[in-house]
Design a protein around this ligand. Sequence first.
Ligand SMILES: NC(=O)c1ccc[n+]([C@@H]2O[C@H](COP(=O)([O-])OP(=O)(O)OC[C@H]3O[C@@H](n4cnc5c(N)ncnc54)[C@H](OP(=O)(O)O)[C@@H]3O)[C@@H](O)[C@H]2O)c1
Length: 296
Amino acid sequence: MSERAKPPVTVLGLGRMGTPIATAFLDAGYPTTVWNRTAGKADALVAQGAVRAATVTEAVAAGPLVIAPLLDHDAVRQTLGPATAALRGRTLVNLANSTPDHARELASWAGGHGADYLDGAMMALPQTVATPEGFFLYSGSQDAFTAYRRELEVMAPAHYFGADPGAAEVHDLALLGTGYAALAGFLHAAALLDSVGTTPEVFAPLAARWLHGMAGFLPELAREAGSAAYAEGVSTVDLNRAGIDGLIDLSRANGIATDVHEPLKTLLDKRSADGHGQDSFSSVFELLRSQDTPRR
Ligand SMILES: NC(=O)c1ccc[n+]([C@@H]2O[C@H](COP(=O)([O-])OP(=O)(O)OC[C@H]3O[C@@H](n4cnc5c(N)ncnc54)[C@H](OP(=O)(O)O)[C@@H]3O)[C@@H](O)[C@H]2O)c1
């Protein structure tokens, strides 16, 4: 069986993310049409073989797959507003960061104009587009994800989270939250160590090594939290209360703000006061999860 031909791809928005995305499609041999509000940003891509569309309508009409790494929800609506007639039969992949509700609204708007819709969230930096380090999250039309998986994988490894168009944005925010907590912990630790003469630059590789090791602990935490199996965890609530109390006491003694870890101390103290001091650390999940969500 012969390999499916590479369909024309349109990229709307040639900012920090859109430019490497369009470049990746050109490098992969796709006929690539580009459009940007500030037209001059397309010059280098045109020199590499991209077709510059004069209007958004022309860009959308150029092929079945329209990828929009624009700034935000408003930019997507403003850009596509004048081009609704061309959307029929197209698949729109919205890569702008937006809220879950905005993604759902855009999916319904696109559907109303006859377009299939995929919402995407880019867990990547401009320099990690089209490398194994970046990955993109998708939700919305399963048919579109299946039909264009190969094209989506040109930009980054692609993960699909179901038909709810808002799901990719929920996962995006959850991953951001994971990262924020780790990075805030790093900045607190860097401030603490700075006060004893170890600079943040010296500390960074050590912290990276530690976080790498901690990542290996996630499946165990997930298993315990997912099944409420807290009795046999090796690291108990009370053990970690002692650890966090020690960290907070030392921070105070060295004049370091304790704002990052106070919320976790509150959770651990509450868990212990409720009689769960010997449960695994992961049992903090019980204080965080929605009581309306049934156990699976
Ligand atoms: N940069 C990152 O590291 C990164 C990583 C992951 C996700 N993201 C997300 O990716 C999306 C794009 O980010 P970016 O860094 O590429 O942004 P950017 O460099 O600021 O580019 C924004 C793009 O949106 C266009 N735009 C903005 N407002 C517009 C409007 N009202 N009408 C039409 N076009 C408009 C810009 O056009 P002009 O050139 O004419 O201004 C440009 O093409 C954002 O949602 C961002 O949160 C970014």
